[in-house]
Design a protein around this ligand. Sequence first.
Ligand code: PLP
Length: 368
Amino acid sequence: MIPVSEPFLDQRALELVGEAMRTGWISSAGHCITEFEGLWAEYCGVRHGVAVSNGTAALQLAMEALALPAGSEVILPSFTIISCAAAVLRAGCVPVLVDCEPDTWCLDVSEVARKITAKTRVIMPVHIYGHMADMDSLMDIAQRHGLLVIEDAAEAHGAECRGRRAGGIGAMGCFSFYANKIITTGEGGMVVTDDDALAEKLRGLRNLCFRSDRRFWHSELGHNFRITNLQAAIGLAQIGRIDEHIARKRRMAARYTAAFQDIPGLVLPVEKKDFKNVYWMYAIVLGEGIAISTEEMAAKLRGEGVETRPFFVGMHEQPVFRERGLFGGERYPVTERISRRGLYLPSGLGLEDSDIDFVCAAVRKSLA
Ligand SMILES: Cc1ncc(COP(=O)(O)O)c(C=O)c1O
């Protein structure tokens, strides 16, 4: 079976993990964490990185760090992972959805202004499958309305919008370093920011809000969302190879796109002018004229030895939110269509060109 993704780990990661084990720095202190945070923040073009246990925790801390009044509204895309809406709700805020664009699958910036009310405080764009949302237009709207932007860049390590990297543009950028991400720490995440006060707040929240002036003394409620030095050791080795990882993702995507170009109705990922898509996952949407369902296609591909994954299901369709009285009667047509008609193909960094060619042939066969 050709897997959808597999981590690509090297000797350097093994050495750094070995060093952490030999020296006993296996918990949340150790030089790998601070180096990893510093290098990743620098890569994103900001001054602070606060590493945490996963991308979901990063989003939760970013929301909590703002300490917004209860009932504040946060605009986010309907097409995303539940971590985003969950972070909004856990911070006592209200998620307000907008649909996504049919080509980049990222939040449709042209719909944002209509959703702004007197209670809106934050916009949370999600950079989907390696392509960024239109951050220039979004930052413009945010500035005009006095709103903060939290970027979810979990899937877009190193992606660019007009020369600026994902995660480094908004007030805070959130990353996941789960095993399928462009760089991984196994489990892990980070919030990056250029704001000193937010960085301080994030560090406190990550570590139970211990006060620095007196031991075991707390004036706020925090979490244990710490990352370990063992995980950061892997991350440190991975950062050193990020250019290589992204180049490999882009070559893989070019190979897929060349092979699928002539298939009528098959919607392929785009790279808009002035953007750099890092093609975290090579995703396709079955469009007009393709009768087969994604479930049938996934089953056929599985039969050929090719693993796939379906797209996210829209937040407005999630039972957990419907039961809470959220998003009742709301419709997001692009999200609904792509969530039913999209799937992503093997995109692991260890795949050979011959594996990609094998997947391409299997896709053609399943559509024939
Ligand atoms: C867009 C997006 N945001 C957030 C997350 C959550 O990250 P994690 O799985 O590390 O909690 C993911 C998941 O991988 C994701 O795809």
